[in-house]
Each structure stands twice: as structure tokens, then as C-alpha cells.
Design a protein around this ligand. Structure first.
Ligand code: SF4
Length: 442
């Protein structure tokens, strides 16, 4: 199989993007060549997501269409589908995409090169839907540079133990497994040697890092150890995602005292109603959540807080929805990702009564997005005249942009800037939801 080319298409979250980088690296180490043109590839890898039904259906039709289009021009690559959607649908996916030769779930993905060898020898479909074992973590073995060339993801945990009632992730990825601390340190060292400057520590719930290894407050231990071992001022460390149930003030304190840690917290609230939060099995109340937000705002006034919100969870009343609008006003989020509830079979919420009509969910989503947009506009205007440090991560001809440590993108003219450069800027204008600034030389 040496000298064969492959292409990777990724659906879903940052964890999946990170998995794709990892699998691409494993393929390259086994003699395959990564290419950007899927029409020319000998092997197509599809890394899939199961979190929302609409996105899953779209992914299936994209894969079906890709196979059909390629067959029309007499191209017959080996099709490999893996990830959460495969794990979730198993044989149902095999039936819907009969043109796929290898379909595997979230475990054993590092064996894809061996599966390809086996398929080439036996010409027999390969299916593997074993769930990851309680000890399986992936050895990252280095990363292929992603398109940003500046930042890269570093998973510190896999799987999830939380079983939020709407979510398929614990079923598709297995229980939480934390990567040993020493492994993470070695991987950070390698990532820095490879020239990346921003490392995003990833986990479904980074705050519970180490619990499965018997570590109490393991995430604090991890952040402090990173802080003690790396001293390059041009390296930034972010982490995603913080679960409000396990987020602790001590984590905020460590961020405050570390020059490496960026000032951004992604803290999904999901709903502002205590009744709905309990039905979602989220494990916190809105008061607990606002306590965390207030602590972050007081401790690090220059920080950004992002969130995720689900609209239309079964039984969500007008009152519950108003509670969500209310907490959005109270928390004044810097960023928010909003979603319509997607019912997934096998989850606890799937059987719940009072599934809301789609039209009502859409109406609420629109209202929520308008509220968030109004807050965002006010926040953007408040930026005008402010100075900030940004790390340049995009350069296109005469234009460049970078993000602040609290995750705010600022655009500016490219005056001999280079990727990864940390510069001071002053914001001079805001237009169509974007901030524009100029270089400050002093
Ligand atoms: S914390 Fe909840 S929403 Fe997040 S992956 Fe785990 S079960 Fe899903």
C-alpha cells in the first residue's frame, strides 16, 4: 500500500479535527501520502459526528454523493468511515453507504493502515464497532501541521462520564480516560519543537481531568505543571471545554497567575432554567453557574466567557425559555453557540414527552440569537479605543488578523507581519460584527 494517497474529511467538533490530524499522521508514518484533492485520492477517510441528527444526515448524503460522483469519472477509492456516527449507527450506516469498504467506530482507529492492508488482500468489507476500553488513550506521536500553522489541539481526556440526558457522546466515545500527565508534557514539548505557538487542551470536560487516574483536582495539577515547565512567552495555552459542574475557582486563580494561560473560558450553560438543567442531568443550577461567571469576571476582568445553549429541550416552557434569555443578559457572554435540540435515539431525553414543534423552537432560537447579537454589538463598540495584544494567525495579502488572549479576533493591515507574531494593537473601528485595529509601535 506504500505510495498510495489519502484524503481526510472531518465533521463535527474540535476533538474530531484533532483525531483527523492524528490519523493523518498515523497514515503518513505508514507510508501513505496526504493530498488535498479528494478526486485524486486512492483512499478517502471520513471522520464523522453523531451529536445532531441534521448534521449526521447531511454527512451521510455528502459521503453518498462523493462516492457517486467519483464512480461517474471512473474513480473507485477505498472508502473508510469512522468516528462517532459510525459508532452510533453501526450496521445501519453500512446499509446506507454500501460503497464503503471499511466502517469502524471510535476505537481501533489507529489500526486503519492495517485494515487497509487487510482489505486490499482479502477484498472483504471490514467492520469494527468495539467501544474503546477504559484504558485506551491515543499516543499522539506528533501532529501534521493544520491549516492555521499556529495552533493545534492536544486531547488530554477521551470519552465522557456525564451522561447529559440529550447527548450521545458517552455512548459513542466510552468512559472518560485521562492521558497521563507525563505524556501530555512530552507532547507539549514536541508541539512547541514543531513550531506551534498556541496549544488547545481538549476534553469533553477538562475540569474532570485525572479523576479516572485517582487524581483529586487533577486539572489544577496539570495546569500548574505546564506552567512550571514551559516559560516561552510566545506560547499560549487554551483549554476546552469547561463543564460548569466541575469548574472550580482554583482553576481561574491558576489562569490568573500564569503568563501561558489565555483568558478565555468556554462554559456551556445549555439552559437558564433550573427545571430544564435538572432534566438535562447537567448537575448544576443557574445560581451555581452565575457564581462561576461572577468569580471569573471579578478575578480576571479582561477575560472572555463563551457558552453553548440548547433551545427546545422536551418540555421547555415559555417561562423556561425566558429564564434562558434572562441568564444570557446577566452573564453577558462574549461568545455563544446556539442550537435547536436534536433528539437522539438511545439517550435518556429521547423518550421524554412534550417534544416541541419545530416552528416554536425556531422562533425561540431567533429571539435568543437576536438577544446575543445585541449584546455582542455593545461589546464590540466598547472595544473601540482599547489596546490589546494579539497573536497573528491569518495573513492574506495586505490583510492580517489575530486573536487576543480572550479570543477576540482583530483585523489590521499587513505591514510585514508574520504568522505567530505577538503584537500590540489599538482598536479603531467596528464594522459588520468585526473589529479593526492598527499596530501600536511602542
Ligand atoms: S459533558 Fe454532557 S454534553 Fe458534554 S460530552 Fe459529556 S454528556 Fe455530552
Amino acid at each position: 500500500m506504500a505510495n498510495k494517497t489519502f484524503f481526510v474529511e472531518t465533521y463535527g467538533c474540535q476533538m474530531n479535527k484533532s483525531r483527523s490530524e492524528h490519523i493523518a499522521q498515523v497514515m503518513v508514518q505508514n507510508g501513505y501520502h496526504l493530498i488535498e484533492d479528494k478526486k485524486r485520492a486512492d483512499i478517502l477517510l471520513f471522520n464523522t459526528c453523531a451529536v445532531r441528527e441534521h448534521a449526521s444526515e447531511k454527512a451521510i448524503s455528502n459521503i453518498q454523493k462523493t462516492i457517486k460522483d467519483l464512480n461517474k469519472i471512473s474513480r473507485h477509492p477505498i472508502i473508510v468511515i469512522f468516528g462517532c456516527m459510525s459508532q452510533f449507527l453501526k450496521n445501519r450506516l453500512v446499509q446506507r453507504v454500501p460503497g464503503a469498504q471499511i466502517v469502524i467506530g471510535t476505537s481501533n482507529i489507529e489500526q486503519i493502515p492495517q485494515y487497509l492492508e487487510e482489505y486490499t488482500r482479502k477484498k472483504k468489507k471490514i467492520l469494527d464497532f468495539n467501544l474503546p476500553s477504559t484504558s485506551q488513550v491515543f499516543d499522539e506521536r506528533g501532529y501534521l501541521r493544520n491549516s492555521s500553522q499556529i495552533f493545534t489541539f492536544l486531547p488530554i481526556t477521551y470519552g465522557c462520564n456525564n451522561f447529559c440526558s440529550y447527548c450521545v457522546v458517552p455512548y459513542t466515545t466510552g468512559p472518560q480516560r485521562s492521558k497521563p500527565l507525563l505524556t501530555i508534557l512530552k507532547e507539549i514539548e514536541k508541539i512547541i519543537q514543531d513550531g506551534y505557538q498556541e496549544i488547545i487542551l481538549l476534553g469533553q470536560n477538562v475540569n474532570s481531568y485525572g479523576l479516572d487516574l485517582g487524581l483529586k483536582n487533577g486539572f489544577e495539577v496539570l495546569l500548574q505543571t505546564i506552567d512550571q515547565n514551559f516559560h516561552d512567552s510566545s506560547i499560549w495555552i487554551r483549554f476546552l471545554t469547561s463543564h460548569p459542574k466541575d469548574m472550580r475557582p482554583s482553576i481561574v486563580d491558576i489562569v490568573k497567575n500564569s503568563p501561558l494561560m489565555t483568558r478565555y473560558f468556554h462554559l456551556p450553560i445549555q439552559s437558564g432554567s433550573d427545571r430544564i438543567l435538572a432534566a438535562m442531568n447537567r448537575g448544576y443550577t443557574r445560581d451555581h453557574y452565575m457564581g462561576l461567571v461572577n468569580y471569573i469576571r471579578q478575578t480576571l476582568p479582561d477575560s472572555g466567557i463563551g457558552t453553548d445553549i440548547i433551545i427546545g429541550f422536551p418540555g421547555e416552557t415559555e417561562r423556561d425559555f425566558l429564564d434562558t434569555l434572562d441568564i444570557v443578559q446577566e452573564a453577558q457572554f462574549e461568545q455563544a453557540y446556539t442550537y435547536i435540540y436534536s433528539s437522539r435515539s438511545g439517550t435518556a431525553a429521547y423518550q421524554l414527552p412534550d417534544q416541541l414543534p419545530l416552528a416554536e423552537k425556531k422562533k425561540r432560537l431567533q429571539l435568543l440569537n437576536q438577544t446575543l447579537s445585541d449584546i455582542h454589538q455593545i461589546k464590540l463598540k466598547a472595544w473601540v479605543g482599547k489596546r490589546a495584544k494579539i497573536m497573528i494567525d491569518q495573513i492574506e495579502g495586505l490583510n492580517a488578523s489575530g486573536r487576543t488572549t480572550d479570543n477576540q479576533r482583530i483585523f489590521l493591515p499587513n505591514s510585514n507581519l508574520f504568522l505567530g507574531q505577538v503584537i500590540s494593537v489599538v482598536v479603531i473601528n467596528t464594522l459588520k460584527g468585526k473589529l479593526y485595529g492598527e499596530l501600536v509601535l511602542s
